[in-house]
Each structure stands twice: as C-alpha cells, then as structure tokens.
Design a protein around this ligand. Structure first.
Ligand code: GSH
Length: 205
C-alpha cells in the first residue's frame, strides 16, 4: 500500500495525478497546511523540511520507503508502474528538457507569485518580474505544443503531469497570466478530460 501525505497544491496535484494515471492504489492523508500540520513534530519525522508532498510505499522488499520531493516521487511511481517515461533513447533525451523545465523553472517561479501578492505591502517590481517570467514560460510551452501533441513529444509522459498541476492552478488563480495560449488550452482541455487526471485533482474539497 502507498500512503500520500499532501494538500491540493501544485506539487501535491502532480503526485496525486501521477498515482491515478499509473493506476496505483494509495491512501490520501490530506495535510491541513493552514493549520500548519506540515510543521508538526509527527510530520517532521516524515520530512524534516516540513514540506508536502510525502509518499510512503509500505511494501518494498527493503521495507517502507519514504520519498520527499515531488519530482523524485513522480519518477519512483512511473518506474514502478512502467509507464510515462520513454524507453527509446532519442525520445528520452527530448523528455528531459520539459521535465527539468517543469521542475526548476515554471514550478518554483509560479510558487513565488502567491508570496509576493500576499505581502502586506506588495512589491510591484517583483510581482511584475515573476508574472512576466511565468508568461515567458507559458509562451515557451505554447510554442512547443504548437508542433507536438504533448510536452515531450507525441506521447503523454511524466513531464505532462509535472507541469499540469501548475498550469491548471495558474489558469484558475491568475487568469491574466494564462490567457492567449491556444495550444496550452488544447493540451489542458485534453488532460483535464482524462479520468486519471480528474481523479487526481480531487482532494475531497
Ligand atoms: N521541491 C519540493 C517543494 C515542496 C514544497 O514547496 N511544498 C510546499 C507545498 S506545495 C510546502 O510544503 N510549503 C510549505 C513550506 O515550505 O514550509 C517538491 O517538489 O516537493
């Protein structure tokens, strides 16, 4: 059995969507971040950084395996299920670029925006800079998706799940940063209609 400790944040969404898409059984332990459950003594034993998501696979040959870092979890799940990671060398080479883009650029960049906009005294320069940076990443993905069906090529991969949670949250929370990208809209509409993605988005709210 797999236990997932998560909240419906962009990192939580990418893991829950991947679990569903991989068809793996799991139990969701919804972490109440507003109540700071992720900083509790009990949670810090799972992840000393006090961050969600955390996944525990209870049934590995070596005993329970605890994994933090959403992208590490995605790779673990896709390898376990034997899905969504290209095996062909050329396709795999193309796959790494969107994976790294989702992990190191669009994800952390997007994550900065809510903090800036929640500051008591908003910093207009920082806000504009990070919003513009987000738009640049959206434009980049939109251009990629004008030539191919999915983020890493013609097949759906882990890279799509890594980016989807961010982009879908961006669309609902910051429509002004998410409009005008027709190819992303086409990709988003297709992904959101997948039963696994639909279940992955459901945190029971
Ligand atoms: N690089 C980490 C980032 C984890 C992260 O920032 N999680 C957020 C929720 S999406 C969190 O727990 N924030 C609370 C904190 O950092 O104190 C990952 O991909 O899992």
């Amino acid at each position: 059995m797999i236990d997932l400790y998560a909240a419906p944040t962009t990192n939580g969404l990418r893991v829950k969507i991947t679990l569903e898409e991989c068809g793996l059984d799991y139990t969701l332990h919804r972490v109440n971040m507003a109540d700071k459950e992720h900083k509790s003594e009990e949670f810090l034993k799972l992840n000393p950084l006090g961050q969600t998501p955390v996944l525990i696979d209870q049934d590995t040959p070596a005993g329970p395996l605890t994994i933090c870092q959403s992208m590490a979890i995605l790779f673990y799940l896709c390898e376990k299920a034997g899905k969504f990671i290209p095996t062909d060398a050329a396709k795999r080479a193309r796959f790494w670029e969107p994976v790294m883009h989702a992990a190191t650029e669009i994800g952390p960049g997007y994550g900065t925006i809510p903090f800036i906009t929640r500051w008591e005294q908003e910093n207009d320069h920082a806000k504009e800079m990070f919003q513009q940076r987000y738009r640049t990443h959206m434009e980049h993905i939109d251009n990629i998706l004008s030539n191919q069906k999915y983020y890493a090529g013609e097949e759906i991969t882990l890279a799509d799940f890594a980016a989807f949670g961010i982009i879908t949250r961006g669309k609902s929370t910051y429509p002004e940063m998410s409009e005008g990208y027709a190819n992303i809209d086409r990709w988003h509409d297709e992904l959101i209609s997948r039963p696994g993605v639909e279940r992955g988005l459901d945190f029971g709210d």
